[in-house]
Design a protein around this ligand. Structure first.
Ligand SMILES: *[C@@H]1O[C@H](CO)[C@@H](O)[C@H](O)[C@H]1NC(C)=O
Ligand SMILES: *[C@@H]1O[C@H](CO)[C@@H](O)[C@H](O)[C@H]1NC(C)=O
Ligand SMILES: *[C@@H]1O[C@H](CO)[C@@H](O)[C@H](O)[C@H]1NC(C)=O
Ligand SMILES: *[C@@H]1O[C@H](CO)[C@@H](O)[C@H](O)[C@H]1NC(C)=O
Ligand SMILES: *[C@@H]1O[C@H](CO)[C@@H](O)[C@H](O)[C@H]1NC(C)=O
Ligand SMILES: *[C@@H]1O[C@H](CO)[C@@H](O)[C@H](O)[C@H]1NC(C)=O
Length: 496
């Protein structure tokens, strides 16, 4: 124990005395790596022995192993290949940091620093050479994120990449949306670590998808990396799977399918009333009928449970002609055939000698309603013959005829009687009118003739008067009386 303490003390003394020995020393990394096209910063700090004075004029020189100056405050002293690419820290603050921009392959090599202090002394730090390595491709970024994340629960992933150019760091981008923060920290040997944190909410769509991070370095150099996300999520897309069709009275096997991570650890099957039927991923129904209720399944995993939509069976069965099927006769004969079947049936109406097409077909659920309309000459019975892929069925419907015939006979007779009466009346009235008119014309002719005769006869008569005209135009005059009327009574007659 005592020996160990003494040994450590001795080492410390050695180091301290060597540093203090001549007072000249420098802290420079032994080696540094830079990316071609990017920059490299060689951190450097030097010390010189104190002589109690403050020195203000320094000359710092960096040179390669062929003694070519790669940095000098007098640019003319710098070799052509480094002109404009090198810069130095503030020597008055003991800062001899060298920055080389637009790094090239030929920059690889060993470099040393020399300091000249005006009116004091000069020194070359030969024991502290730095070896620069120029590489072509950047390091890959490293991604860290939890092995397994949970959907809808916020998580933070980080992406880190090292670089050597703090004044122009790479840009980190993520493949996933989220809130980003970044941070750059110096590492040893002139390297920097740029870290980007992404806080996001994963969803089930992200499961098994790569989360990638890209580092874009300025001269079009990109390095990407990715990590597959493992997202836990409750069952999703839960579905009942079965044959698309099942014949009535056959058995059917149902599977409950779902998408989840981890896989479901249990399944339940429920009837439409919510009763538990089975507790496994498959369920067998031995006897499916057209009345079998819809069934749903529920899948459960560590993240939750989800139910499927109710599964209704497509049960195939032959046609069944329902009791409501019948014929009625009112104005027309109307026959209705109600068929329950799946798939829907075809129906033929068959009379004793011929078949009739349905006048209308109406579908309502599994029921198909076929209607036949007829008029006179309808048979006494018709057959409704229904068939589908599963079978066929026939029902005989009787047509209540007599009511229709009597009704039609009475109605027709009534119409005929009415028509006869009406036409008789019309004819009668037309004839009466014509006779009257003929009589009138004859009367007129007679009157005119008698008037004309009288006029001729009495032209020279003293009794000629104007009333003669009135007599002739008077329609109602009685011609029978005209010839016997004495001339002297003319005026009297005209006044009646
Ligand atoms: C030295 O100078 C460089 C370049 O000017 C600067 O980036 C760095 O921060 C300085 N180092 C110290 C320790 O001041
Ligand atoms: C149900 O699952 C079993 C086993 O995976 C499979 O053999 C069967 O074909 C599936 N049935 C249906 C209707 O998907
Ligand atoms: C269903 O089965 C699972 C495991 O198979 C069991 O843990 C659970 O208790 C069962 N549920 C019922 C209601 O039987
Ligand atoms: C199914 O079975 C029932 C009862 O035994 C029977 O009434 C029905 O006609 C059967 N269905 C078919 C399509 O065979
Ligand atoms: C249908 O009619 C038949 C015979 O007319 C009868 O036996 C049966 O009970 C009826 N069914 C219904 C559901 O009305
Ligand atoms: C279908 O039938 C149901 C009863 O069975 C009835 O309430 C409904 O109105 C019908 N729909 C049509 C469009 O006829």
């Amino acid at each position: 124990m005592v020996f160990q303490i003494c040994f450590v003390a001795f080492i410390l003394w050695l180091r301290a005395s060597s540093a203090l020995d001549d007072g000249w020393n420098a802290e420079i990394p032994r080696s540094i790596v830079g990316l071609s096209g990017s920059c490299v910063v060689i951190p450097c700090k030097f010390n010189y022995p104190s002589d109690g004075r403050t020195h203000k004029e320094f000359t710092g020189i960096w040179f390669n192993d062929k003694s070519d100056i790669i940095y000098h405050k007098e640019a003319s002293k710098i070799i052509r290949t480094f002109k404009g690419r090198s810069s130095l820290g503030d020597l008055r603050h003991n800062n001899c940091t060298l920055k080389i921009s637009s790094l090239q392959h030929s920059d690889s090599g060993s470099y040393k620093f020399r300091i000249e202090i005006k009116d004091f002394n000069k020194a070359t730090f030969s024991k502290n050479p730095v070896s620069i390595t120029v590489k072509d491709s950047p390091d890959l970024p490293t991604i860290s994120v939890d092995e397994e994340v949970t959907s809808q629960k916020e998580v933070t992933a980080t992406c880190a990449v090292s670089h050597s150019c703090p004044s122009d760091p790479p840009r980190l981008t993520w493949s996933h949306k989220g809130i980003k923060t970044s941070d750059s920290q110096p590492q040893k040997d002139g390297q920097w670590k740029l870290t980007s944190s992404l806080t996001f909410t994963p969803s089930r769509e992200d499961h098994n998808k790569p989360l990638s991070c890209s580092a874009e370095f300025t001269p079009a150099k990109t390095a990407s990396n990715n990590k597959k996300l493992k997202v836990k999520y409750p069952p999703y897309n839960v579905n009942v799977q079965s044959k698309s069709q099942v014949k009535e009275n056959e058995s059917v096997e149902l599977n409950c399918s779902s998408d989840s991570n981890p896989p479901p650890d249990s399944f339940q099957w429920f009837g439409s009333t919510g009763s538990l039927l089975e507790n496994r991923s498959t369920y067998r129904l031995n006897h499916v009928t057209r009345y079998t209720e819809a069934i749903s399944c529920t899948a459960t995993n560590t993240e939750g449970k989800t139910s499927s939509a109710p599964h209704k069976f497509n049960v195939l069965y032959p046609p069944e002609i329902k009791n409501g099927s019948s014929c009625e006769s009112q104005t027309f004969v109307v026959c209705v055939c109600i068929v329950d079947s799946n798939p829907p049936s075809e129906v033929k109406w068959l009379g004793p000698s011929s078949a009739f097409p349905s006048s209308s077909v109406e579908q309502n659920g599994s029921l198909t309603i076929f209607t036949l309309q007829g008029w006179l000459g309808f048979p006494d019975t018709v057959h409704c013959s229904a068939s589908n892929s599963e079978g066929n069925s026939v029902m005989t419907l009787s047509v209540p005829h007599h009511g229709l015939v009597i009704y039609l006979a009475v109605a027709t007779a009534a119409v005929v009687v009415i028509l006869v009466v009406i036409s008789a009346c019309v004819a009668k009235r037309r004839c009466g009118r014509r006779d009257e008119r003929q009589n009138d014309q004859n009367k007129m002719k007679t009157i005119q003739k008698s008037c004309f005769d009288r006029e001729k006869q009495k032209r020279n008569d003293i009794y000629i008067n104007q009333d003669n005209q009135r007599v002739c135009t008077n329609y109602e005059c009685n011609d029978r009386r005209l010839p016997s009327v004495p001339d002297e009574n003319e005026a009297v007659y005209a006044n009646t």
